[in-house]
Design a binder for this molecule. Structure first.
Ligand code: HEC
Length: 247
């Protein structure tokens, strides 16, 4: 007689967990929390323009803040996060805290590229105020390029110094560019980009302070760096020789 009840005791938590998971996966079925206040606009506080692996959580959470018309933080305002292509937010909606902010953890989708995320809040007039932020998902080759960049390039190309790594950037003339500077990097052809990395600045009549990496790195590593540079470009890089509708 004891057998069945032991069985139920063992199964019950499993059912409970699966109900929880199903409930979480289907957010649209959950009603929005009732806003306690309304703002005039929403701003991004931190966590935008990050790069992360495809299908992986970003290192930093995305934090947005709802403000009133005077720019003061509004607590208890409703914020919703939306994006295309399989992006997951934890949570995807909620009320701002006493600091007027809402924090979400972002997991990017399974395709590499730029992801635009929209955070929206409801204003007192019943309209949506929105802000859009960009995040970038890197594929395998681009992730490899990101690692090599950390090892070899950031000490000159990243204008920002950190306590662990003092950047040489400000001592260089002409100064190298951050690889996110699409306005500069997108103008380089693939051939020039690869030549710059492999043969150094001097080979292209540029500064010899840009070292040649053709003997230090493999061809695959140089290709990975170029793929990384193309992936993080802001504005986004578009392959030469391809025409896009609407441009
Ligand atoms: C010792 C400092 C230094 C390191 C390390 C370095 N670079 Fe540079 N790089 C430069 C300088 C200086 C320039 C600017 C050359 C010019 O405009 O005359 C430059 C220019 C470039 C450019 C042309 C676009 C621009 O920023 O002006 C590319 C692309 C580039 N580097 C890629 C790389 C890659 C990839 C690595 C790592 C494998 C790397 N660099 C490491 C100093 C460096």
């Amino acid at each position: 007689m004891k057998q069945p009840s032991r069985c139920i005791a063992a199964i019950a938590p499993v059912i409970f967990v699966s109900i929880l998971l199903n409930g979480c996966a289907n957010h649209s079925a959950t009603p929005d929390p009732q806003p306690k206040a309304f703002g005039a606009g929403v701003i991004s506080v931190s966590g935008e323009k990050q790069t992360g692996g495809v299908g992986s959580p970003l290192d930093q959470p995305l934090v947005v803040q709802v403000n009133d018309a005077q720019g003061a933080a509004v607590a208890g305002a409703l914020v919703r996060f939306t994006a295309a292509r399989g992006v997951i937010f934890r949570p995807d909606r909620g009320l701002t805290g006493s600091d007027g902010q809402l924090t979400t953890l972002v997991t990017l989708g399974g395709i590499s590229g730029h992801y635009q995320i929209t955070a929206s809040t409801l204003t007192a007039a019943g309209k949506a105020a929105v802000i859009q932020v960009d995040e970038i998902a890197l594929g395998y080759q681009e992730m490899l390029g990101a690692k090599i960049n950390e090892m070899h390039c950031v000490r000159c190309h990243d204008p920002e110094s950190t306590p662990e790594r003092v950047s040489n950037h400000d001592n260089l003339e002409p100064a190298p560019h951050a690889f996110t500077e699409g306005a500069i990097l997108n103008a380089m052809t693939d051939a020039n980009l690869l030549a710059m990395i492999s043969h150094g600045g001097a080979a292209l009549n540029k500064s010899p302070a840009m070292p040649p990496y053709g003997n230090t790195l493999t061809k695959a590593e140089v290709d990975a760096l170029a793929a990384y540079i193309r992936a993080v470009a802001d504005p986004p890089y578009r392959k030469q020789g391809v025409l896009y509708a609407g441009n």
